[in-house]
Write a protein that binds this ligand. Structure first.
Ligand code: PLP
Length: 432
């Protein structure tokens, strides 16, 4: 399979090159030249998540040097459990994606990308440095995924004081080949600094650079695997498709659910649960697509005013009416997030994180409107990561899962920096 840019300005590109590049050279996002169709009955029965992933992703790897490594990549990236559990309501489920090392779903995509990049030819004398600007979960997942890998380094930039204490710890706890810069500025400053570094040919000549943000093909494609696995398991036992309610910010995760459905998996309705950033709900309600600056909410990993995967959505479904028929988006404000967090233990038998709470609110609204169909709320992070929000609302401490406890116990080692153009070059030069 070869890959094209959503902007049409790039010659068909092999998978390895597209994974290494991150963003397409014309500024667009890499997409497969066609969406492969798979027969659900052709998936191996009783397969592990890793085996399901390998079957699902094989068409994308066909013809690429990485094809022979796909099984090993999947075994590594999908060694994390992704259980589908029933909730209290009939037909209600939760798909738990928070059992990885940093307790959020981004562990899957980050580990898949890292496992691919590690298997590509590299100059042993010059390590690849992955630059990440993060406002929380992405940086931790990428750090965890690359930590300790030969010939690769990670440089994280995050805005000081704008992430929760446990999120900051998740960024600063690694050491070794991972370094965290605490920027005295905003997330936009961090992103601008990373973009400038990636666009600096002189810097790139000294240091091979890569990116791992949410538009990376290597993070997007593998996320379809847990939807495929959950939907197949449900379909085999019930004969029915499984819908998903997906907490949504940059649209990467929800788009992976749509990809799985397009590939022929028994995926039902897909509902995007957004926070008070209404760009997607307004668009799906019939308005124009108008990116705006983001507003801060309790579900901070979804504080996105210009979802970076929107271009991929328009590529998957170019017809606007068909697109509005294919997906729905529900806005959930902070008051509704609080209500959902408070009600979740009694109503659903679940302690949720603020992002998952958006999906619970959307599920409750759909059921109240009389909508049937089996639906899984996608739990994108463990509630213990957001204990300062969750604990006062549920009235008790949230036990910390072992992986997160290990992360919290490590010494923090970030460095405070300014917002100047010299910050990243200085950090890279200092490390060699
Ligand atoms: C990143 C993130 C989201 C949003 O996912 P997108 O792929 O950007 O839509 C939701 N919840 C959590 C916990 C996240 O970390």
């Amino acid at each position: 399979m070869r890959f094209l840019s959503t902007r049409g300005g790039v010659a068909p590109t092999g998978l390895s090159a597209a994974l290494a590049a991150g963003l397409a050279p014309d500024g667009g996002l890499f997409v497969p030249e066609r969406v492969p169709r798979l027969d659900p009955a052709g998936f191996p029965e009783d397969a592990s998540l890793a085996a399901t992933a390998a079957h699902l992703l094989a068409p994308f790897f066909e013809g690429d040097p990485l094809a022979g490594a796909l099984d090993a990549v999947c075994a590594e990236a999908f060694a994390i459990a992704a259980p589908l559990r029933p909730l209290r309501g009939a037909g209600d489920f939760v798909l738990e994606l928070f059992h990885g090392p940093t307790a959020a779903f981004k562990d899957f995509g980050a580990r898949f990308l890292a496992a691919c990049l590690e298997r590509m030819p590299r100059d042993p004398a010059r390590p690849l440095t992955v630059l990440v600007a993060t406002s929380g979960d992405t940086g931790a997942a990428v750090a965890g995924a690359f930590h300790g890998r030969e010939g690769m380094r990670v440089l994280i930039l995050y805005p000081e004081g704008r992430v929760s204490p446990r999120q900051a710890q998740g960024l600063e706890a690694w050491g070794g080949n991972v370094r965290a810069l605490r920027v005295a500025g905003s997330f936009d400053d961090c992103q601008r600094m990373v973009k400038a570094a990636l666009a600096d040919p002189a810097l790139r000549a000294r240091h091979p650079l890569g990116s791992a943000n949410s538009i990376s093909l290597g993070r997007w494609l593998p996320q379809a695997a847990y939807y495929a696995h959950a939907a197949l398991g449900h379909w085999r036992t019930t004969g029915r498709p499984l819908g998903f309610v997906v907490p949504t910010g940059n649209l990467g995760n929800a788009l992976a659910a749509l990809l799985a459905r397009r590939m022929g998996l028994p995926v039902g309705d897909i509902v995007l649960a957004c926070n008070a950033n209404r760009v997607l709900p307004d668009f799906f309600a019939g308005g124009a697509y108008v990116p705006v600056p983001s507003v801060a909410t309790l579900a901070n990993a979804m504080d996105v005013g210009a979802p970076s995967n929107f271009e991929r959505l328009c590529w998957l479904e170019p017809d606007v009416d068909a697109l509005r028929a294919a997906l729905r988006a529900v806005p959930v404000d902070d008051a509704a997030i609080r209500d959902a967090l408070r009600a979740a233990p009694a109503r659903h038998g679940l302690v949720a994180c603020p992002h998952t709470a958006c999906a619970l609110h959307a599920l409750d609204a759909a059921r109240a409107a009389g909508e049937g169909g089996d639906r899984a709320v996608v739990a994108t992070a463990h509630p213990a990561k957001f204990e300062s929000i969750v604990e006062p609302l549920v009235g008790h401490a949230v036990p910390v899962p072992p992986a997160l406890a290990a992360l919290l116990a490590r010494p923090a080692q970030g460095m405070r920096v300014g917002t100047g153009a010299d910050v990243i070059p200085a950090a890279l030069d200092a490390a060699t």
